[in-house]
Ligand binder design. Structure first.
Ligand code: NAP
Ligand code: ZN
Ligand code: ZN
Length: 350
């Protein structure tokens, strides 16, 4: 066991505070990682505040982890001490089911999330990256491209893969017309990735002040979603729309923007359900509503390598661990440009 410093939520309405706990002693297949940076995902906030109803306290969020390998177990072959590695949303799965065999561990019924999942090693709950170190099975450790800034690459491990995976699954490429709804952590990565894949990409935002940034990230058009006239001009134009919005909202507006056989893919996971969409928007053009959860380990590595080759990173604002509660409040006001990343040097080791 090794004593580890972190920040935890102890209840849905209490702020995150310093919290010390034990990480397991690394086993033969384990990688012990000193955490350098951890991105702040809106899912961290949903979990800390029990907005999805399944939080076990104390909760230590954080699943966009970049760090240095301190130690590896005897059976580890893929990384060695001193390597720069990443850990995303998953730290284990059953490894035998159909999803695991197809490298889609995120859809495994036995999938273990980086935080707030049962931890078979400790008998408790998994604790995430708002901490100075983590121990992870080698099969769930990613290699970070050497060319990318490490702090700015950390959010690729959730925001990056959560948008990359549906773009690939729905075969987005040159000639595709793609919409991205919401310019936060996920949305700005969706824009950059869809643009890099060759798609004609449009951002829908509630924040007019973000338009110039969206263009810089690769948007061919920016539409202010509160402007009904501007929205109507885009009806029936899109093959594929990714909705990253973290709050409930009307889906019909976006369904009506799809072509025949187009897909609206929901990745945002609000506390309260969206109002049920109109059936008529679906049946007349055989449109589809879908969802997508992060991505498997193989695809996450593919995404990291794609970002390395294209020089794609997140636009970030670095914070100290102690600033996390203020960062959450800004995130709720859509005031993040475009991902907070915690510099873990701000937290003294236990
Ligand atoms: P974020 O940085 O807070 O971005 C969310 C964006 O949604 C905001 O910047 C804002 O964009 C827009 N928005 C917020 N409230 C809105 C409202 N009431 N109406 C319309 N637009 C609103 O959050 P994130 O980290 O990107 O995460 C987004 C969502 O995805 C969260 O629910 C998170 O839990 C979920 N998520 C899902 C997965 C998955 O695997 N499916 C993975 C990671 C995260 P504008 O200012 O541009 O309007
Ligand atoms: Zn996330
Ligand atoms: Zn499985």
């Amino acid at each position: 066991m090794s004593r580890t410093a972190g920040f935890a939520a102890h209840g849905p309405t209490s702020p995150l505070v310093p919290y010390e706990f034990d990480r397991r002693t690394p086993g033969a297949r384990d990688v012990q990682i000193d955490i350098l940076f951890c991105g702040v995902c809106h899912s961290d906030l949903h979990t800390a505040r029990n907005e999805w109803g399944a939080t076990v306290y104390p909760a230590i969020p954080g699943h966009e982890i970049v760090g240095l390998v301190r130690h590896v177990g005897d059976a580890v072959t893929s990384v060695k001490a001193g390597d720069v590695v990443g850990v995303g949303c998953l730290v284990d799965s059953c490894r035998t089911c159909a999803s695991c065999r197809e490298h889609l561990e995120q859809y495994c019924d036995g999938m273990i999330q980086t935080y707030n999942s049962p931890d078979a090693h400790t008998g408790g709950t998994t604790y995430g990256g708002y901490s100075t170190s983590i121990v992870v099975d080698e099969a769930f450790v990613l290699r970070m491209p050497a060319t990318l800034d490490l702090a700015a690459a950390a959010p690729l491990l959730c925001a990056g893969i959560t948008t990359y995976s549906p773009l690939r699954h729905w075969n987005v490429g040159t000639g595709s017309t793609v919409g991205i709804v919401g310019l936060g952590g996920l949305g700005h990565m969706g824009l950059k990735l869809a643009h890099a894949m060759g798609a004609d990409t449009t951002l829908f935002t509630t924040s007019p002040s973000k338009a110039a940034d969206a263009t810089r990230f690769g948007a061919d058009a920016v539409v202010i979603s509160t402007d009904a006239q501007a929205m109507a001009a885009h009806a029936g134009r899109f093959d594929f729309i990714i909705d990253t919005v973290s709050a409930q909202h009307d889906l019909d507006t976006y369904l009506s923007m799809l072509k025949r056989d187009g897909t609206l893919c929901l990745v945002g996971a609000p506390e309260f359900p969206h109002p049920s969409p109109s059936v008529f928007n679906l049946i007349f053009r055989r449109r589809q509503i879908a969802g997508s959860l992060v991505g498997g380990i193989r695809e996450t590595q593919e995404m990291l390598d794609f970002c390395g080759a294209h020089g794609i990173v997140c636009d970030i604002e670095t914070i100290r661990m102690q600033d996390i509660n203020a960062a959450y409040e800004r995130m709720l006001k859509s005031d993040v440009k475009y991902r907070f990343v915690i510099d873990m040097a701000s937290l003294a080791r236990a």
